[in-house]
Design a protein around this ligand. Structure first.
Ligand SMILES: CC(C)(COP(=O)(O)OP(=O)(O)OC[C@H]1O[C@@H](n2cnc3c(N)ncnc32)[C@H](O)[C@@H]1OP(=O)(O)O)[C@@H](O)C(=O)NCCC(=O)NCCS
Length: 184
C-alpha cells in the first residue's frame, strides 16, 4: 500500500526494510529521542516481522523520498476497533533529512489516512518533553497535551517523564482545514 504526498510517500514496511530499521533505532542520536531501552538486532527483528506483518493492531510504513530513498518509519500501534483509537509513532532515521518538513508531512499523511480509512476517533502518542521538533509538529497537527506520566520509564538508568498527547478527529480537521473531513 502507498500513501502519496508532495515530498514523500508512505509505503507498507517490508522485510527488506528491517536492516534500515535496526540501523536507525540503534543510532545514538535517534535512540535518545525515543522511549525505548533495547538494542535492536536484525535476527530478532526478522522474527518479530513474521507476526507483525499480519498484526491487525498495527500498521507500519516506510517514509520514502521522491527518488524512492527510504528515510524513516511511521505507523500506528494498539489500533482498537472497540475504542476507535490508535497510538502513532514516527522516526526519520536518515539524519540529513531532519528539518526538511518530512516529519510534518509524514504525520499529516498518516493521520489523515488513518482517520479516513480506519474509522478512528482519536490518535495518541507518548513523547519526551524535551523533543522540540516533535512538539512543534504535534502542535501544528492539532494535538493537545493530556498529561505528564511522571517518572514513567526507566531508560538506561534514568527516570523519564512521558508526555501523553492526544488528537481527536474533529480537532485534526479544524487545525488542517485544507484537508477534506471524512463524513463519519
Ligand atoms: C522528530 C522528527 C520526526 C521531526 O521531523 P523533521 O522532518 O525533522 O521535522 P520538520 O522539518 O517537519 O520540522 C518540524 C518543526 O520542528 C522544527 N525542528 C526540526 N528539527 C528541530 C530541532 N532539532 N530542534 C528544534 N526544532 C526543530 C522545525 O523548524 C519545524 O518547526 P516549524 O514548523 O516552526 O518550522 C525527526 O527529526 C526525527 O525523526 N527525529 C528523531 C526521532 C524522533 O524524535 N522521533 C519522534 C519520537 S516521538
Amino acid at each position: 500500500m502507498r500513501i502519496s504526498g508532495s515530498q514523500i510517500d508512505l509505503r507498507t514496511m517490508e522485510k527488506g526494510d528491517l536492516a534500515n530499521k535496526v540501523r536507525w533505532y540503534n543510532d545514538p542520536e535517534v535512540n535518545k529521542t525515543l522511549l525505548l531501552e533495547e538494542k535492536f538486532e536484525l535476527d530478532k527483528s526478522l522474527k518479530w516481522f513474521e507476526t507483525a506483518k499480519d498484526d491487525k493492531s498495527r500498521r507500519d510504513f516506510v517514509i520514502e523520498t521522491r527518488d524512492s530513498r527510504a528515510v524513516g518509519l511511521i505507523g500506528l500501534l494498539h489500533i482498537s476497533k472497540m475504542h476507535e483509537t490508535a497510538e502513532c509513532y514516527g522516526v526519520i532515521g536518515e539524519k540529513e533529512f531532519w528539518g526538511k518538513g518530512i516529519g510534518t508531512e509524514s504525520h499529516l499523511l498518516l493521520i489523515d489516512w488513518a482517520f479516513k480509512n480506519l474509522g478512528l476517533h482519536k490518535i495518541w502518542a507518548d513523547i519526551r518533553a524535551e523533543n522540540t521538533a516533535i512538539i512543534k509538529i504535534i502542535q501544528k497537527l492539532g494535538f493537545e497535551v493530556e498529561g505528564t506520566l511522571r517518572e514513567e520509564k526507566l531508560i538506561r538508568g534514568k527516570r523519564i517523564d512521558v508526555v501523553r498527547i492526544g488528537l481527536l478527529r474533529d480537532e485534526f480537521y479544524r487545525a488542517n482545514p485544507e484537508l477534506s473531513k471524512p463524513s463519519k
